[in-house]
Ligand binder design. Structure first.
Ligand code: SF4
Ligand code: SF4
Length: 179
C-alpha cells in the first residue's frame, strides 16, 4: 500500500560564512542552554555547533551537528578554499567514530542540533550571532505518513550497541530531568 503523504515544517539554519568572525558566542550559548540544569555551565566542547577556525587567514566556518553514524564513511572529500587544503572531515556534520567532534566529552554520546526545540524564541545560536552569520529559516516539505517510530528504534538500537544500554539510559534520564 502506498504511504500517505503529509507536510512537515523543515527548520534550517542558513550559514553565511563571509559574515562569521569566529567569536564563538554560538558555541557558548548552545552548550549553556543544553546544560543540565540549563545555564549551569558552558563548554564549547558540548556545543552542537562548532566553528572551524583558521584565524591567520580570517576564515571561520560554522558547522551544525547532524546525524549520528555508526561507521565511518568509505570515501571522503577534500576541500580547497582560498588556496588552503582542509582536513577531509572538517565540514562534516556527523557524529562519527573517526573523530571527536559532536560528542559529549564525558560520556562520548553523540550530540545533534535539535534546533533548540525547547526554547520559545527559537535557535539560540542564531539569536546570539550579532553579525547575522546564522539565519533561521522554515519551509514546508511532503513526507511519508509512516516515517518515524521505526527510524527512532534503529537509531536507539545502534546507540545502545555502541555505548551500552546502561550509559544510554543514564544519559536519557539526565536529559529528562533537564529543564
Ligand atoms: S556567533 Fe556568529 S560570528 Fe560568532 S562564531 Fe558563531 S556564527 Fe560566527
Ligand atoms: S539551533 Fe540550538 S541546538 Fe542547534 S546549534 Fe544552534 S543553539 Fe545549538
Amino acid at each position: 500500500m502506498k504511504a500517505e503523504k503529509k507536510t512537515k515544517i523543515v527548520k534550517t539554519i542558513r550559514i553565511d560564512v563571509d559574515q562569521c568572525n569566529g567569536c564563538r558566542a554560538c558555541e557558548v550559548i548552545c552548550s549553556a542552554v543544553h546544560a543540565a540544569p540549563k545555564f549551569s555551565s558552558n563548554n564549547p566542547a558540548r556545543s552542537r555547533i562548532r566553528i572551524i577556525r583558521d584565524p591567520l587567514r580570517d576564515i571561520y566556518v560554522p558547522v551544525l551537528a547532524g546525524e549520528y553514524t555508526v561507521a565511518e564513511c568509505a570515501g571522503r572529500d577534500k576541500y580547497m578554499i582560498d588556496g588552503k587544503e582542509y582536513d577531509e572531515c572538517s565540514f562534516c556534520r556527523a557524529s562519527c567514530p573517526s573523530r571527536e567532534e559532536f560528542k559529549e566529552p564525558d560520556s562520548g554520546l553523540p550530540l545533534k542540533c535539535d534546533m533548540c526545540e525547547d526554547e520559545e524564541d527559537g535557535p539560540q545560536c542564531v539569536k546570539w550571532c550579532l553579525v547575522d552569520a546564522l539565519i533561521y529559516e522554515e519551509r514546508e516539505e511532503e513526507v511519508a505518513e509512516d516515517e518515524g517510530p521505526e527510524t527512532l528504534e534503529i537509531g536507539l538500537e545502534s546507540l545502545a550497541d555502541k555505548y551500552g544500554l546502561e550509559t544510554l539510559m543514564e544519559t536519557m534520564a539526565r536529559m529528562a530531568k533537564k529543564g
